[in-house]
Write a protein that binds this ligand. Structure first.
Ligand code: FAD
Length: 286
């Protein structure tokens, strides 16, 4: 099923994101964790793509395992900054062969000092290629706080519109911890004529120290309410886990109450966290 058809239904959706292994020796452990998440039967699952593209077979393998064994629809990520057109065509053929029809088209981070293939510069070019190579449903990334490389939020939104015009049928957001940032972003992109569905990306934070570092790097705003939780519980893993899941659940409840129906959880290969969060939303998601 195409994700755009799932998003067109008049009901909330909950999806989970997982990542593939970096090396073959951890493949089975990662496949086990991702399948335990699939057993929760989310509306769909997305499988990220390793920076550089060297592990693209793992993305395809993990995604097809989820789809074939659990019947859960999958969204395979694909990045282009470090890829040739030839490699992209190869991955798309693999996806087609495994019946995967949803792709999240990304530029990928520019590797520090790493080799750029120079076939692609921006995700919009990848979107056009994917659309030309098959009947795929294509999504893209968006950044409620602006992409870190972009000089202004306005310029970033103009490029987002170009991505939609290239064929992106929905966008998934970068994580955010203050829903007002998302509401403001939605208002501004709708004003610009960006009409496709936006899936809100939510990160349940279970490691306080890690998130402070990630947010510093990505420029994600941490509200005082959230900082207080990390200050109080950051050194107590079980309390931080409980508080992080409750904070994410609170964000999701507020989003759904305000008409943002599609929620993507950065579940980070943690079936226990995905299960606790899903359980805490069981009535809200009906
Ligand atoms: P683009 O849409 O190409 O935008 C990148 C920057 O270029 C932005 O600042 C934009 O404003 C600017 N830009 C776009 N077009 C133009 C233009 N024509 N002229 C000038 N500037 C332009 N990374 C991975 O490696 N693997 C993954 O699986 C992965 N999954 C992700 C999933 C989500 C939901 C998100 C939010 C991010 C993900 N990323 C992933 C990270 C992503 O690859 C990086 O954030 C990357 O830096 C940007 O990718 P993009 O597709 O948003 O790029």
């Amino acid at each position: 099923m195409k994700i755009i058809d799932l998003l067109a239904q008049d009901k909330p959706t909950l999806s989970f994101e997982v990542f593939p292994p970096k090396t073959s020796d951890t493949y089975d452990a990662v496949a086990g964790a991702t399948q335990a998440i699939a057993a929760l039967r989310p509306d769909f699952m997305s499988v990220t793509y390793g920076a550089g593209g060297g592990t693209s077979d793992y993305t395809v393998g993990i995604a097809s395992g989820i789809r074939e064994q659990y019947g859960v629809e999958v969204l395979a990520h694909l990045t282009c900054a470090s890829s040739t057109r030839e490699h992209v065509a190869h991955v798309l053929e693999q996806l087609k062969a495994r019946g995967i029809e949803n792709v999240l088209a990304l530029r990928g981070d520019i590797p520090e000092g790493g080799a750029l293939a120079h076939d692609y510069h921006y995700a919009a070019e990848l979107v056009r290629d994917i659309k030309a190579r098959g009947d795929f449903c294509v999504g893209g990334a968006c950044y409620p706080e602006g992409h870190p490389d972009s000089p202004t939020k306005n310029a970033d939104m103009d490029h987002l519109k170009e991505k939609m015009e290239a064929g992106c049928q929905f966008f998934t957001t970068q994580m955010f911890f203050d829903n007002n940032i998302l509401y403001n972003f939605l208002y501004r992109i709708r004003e610009k004529g960006i009409t496709v569905p936006v899936v809100a990306g939510i990160m349940p934070v279970t490691n306080g120290k890690q998130i402070a570092r990630i947010c510093k790097l990505s420029g994600t705003y941490l509200p005082e309410r959230f900082k207080a939780i990390v200050d109080k519980f950051g050194d107590n893993p079980s309390a931080m886990r409980q508080a992080g899941i409750a904070y994410a659940a609170g964000q999701i409840i507020d989003l759904i109450a305000n008409g943002v129906n599609h929620i993507h959880v950065y579940s980070m290969n943690k079936p226990d966290i995905a299960a606790l969060l899903q359980e805490s939303l069981s009535e809200v998601l009906k």
